[in-house]
Design a protein around this ligand. Structure first.
Ligand SMILES: N[C@@H](CCC(=O)N[C@@H](CS)C(=O)NCC(=O)O)C(=O)O
Length: 234
């Protein structure tokens, strides 16, 4: 059994997709990050970084219970555990390269682009341009790579595609004010639509819908989500 620590945001969405694609048995544990549940001691014991997703696998290596945190680590761990969606051994260099490109580039720049356009105070034009354009540059790199290819790695659907799907789903927020946010990246748009049309993607979108997550961005939520904006008094 896998306990899946979840909030309806892009990085957990990748894991929801993997779990639904494979049919691994799992239990959703909601972590309401707007209420600060990611900072509770019990959750920090599972992810010292205080972010979702994280998992606990009660049947880990040698039958031991293990934790795994960070979406890319979880995708790799579960893909190796199940032997699914890893591509071929010959594809492994490409798989690792694109997974890390998404983990360290496309994802974080998308996240910061969303932050500075939706959460930061007005008037930070430099930061908005910096993060939005870097997110768009990463879109372009992946789009160009996908020209003439169906999937990110090799000839089959892998965890690299799932990882991209989690963040491409937020393109309308990354490219705020754009009618067709993936329109300028036709290969990326095709990849996103191909994955999004899969029945597992529909099921992944339904994960956590039975839980009422806090949506209002009040002072409690800001302090929970952006603690480094509130350094402790000296
Ligand atoms: N590198 C991490 C990033 C995780 C992350 O930023 N998670 C967000 C949700 S998508 C989160 O927990 N936000 C709440 C917070 O930062 O307190 C991963 O890929 O899992």
């Amino acid at each position: 059994m896998i306990r899946f620590y979840f909030h309806p945001t892009p990085n957990p969405a990748k894991i929801a997709l993997f779990l639904e694609e494979t049919g691994l048995p799992y239990e959703v544990v909601p972590v309401d990050t707007s209420k600060g549940e990611q900072h509770l001691g019990a959750f920090r014991a599972i992810n010292p970084n205080g972010k979702v997703p994280a998992i606990v696998d009660t049947q880990g290596p040698e039958g031991r219970e293990v934790r795994v945190f960070d979406s890319t680590a979880i995708l790799l761990y579960l893909a190796e555990k199940t032997g699914k969606f890893l591509g071929t051994p010959a594809d492994r260099p490409e798989l690792l390269s694109w997974l890390l490109f998404i983990a360290s580039g496309l994802g974080p720049f998308s996240g910061q682009a969303v932050h500075f356009q939706f959460a930061a105070p007005e008037g930070l034009g430099y930061a908005v341009n910096r993060y939005r354009r870097e997110a768009e540059r990463h879109y372009q790199v992946l789009n160009d790579h996908l020209a003439g290819r169906e999937f990110v790695v090799g000839d089959t659907y892998t965890i690299a595609d799932m990882s991209a799907w989690g963040w491409l789903d937020r393109a309308s927020r990354v490219r705020k004010g754009t009618d067709d946010p993936l329109g300028a990246y036709p290969h990326l748009k095709r990849l996103f639509q191909t994955i999004d049309a899969r029945p597992a993607a529909t099921r992944a979108r339904a994960v956590g819908k039975n839980h009422e997550f806090k949506e209002v961005r009040d002072e409690e939520a800001k302090r929970a989500l952006f603690p480094s904006n509130y350094p402790p008094a000296a």
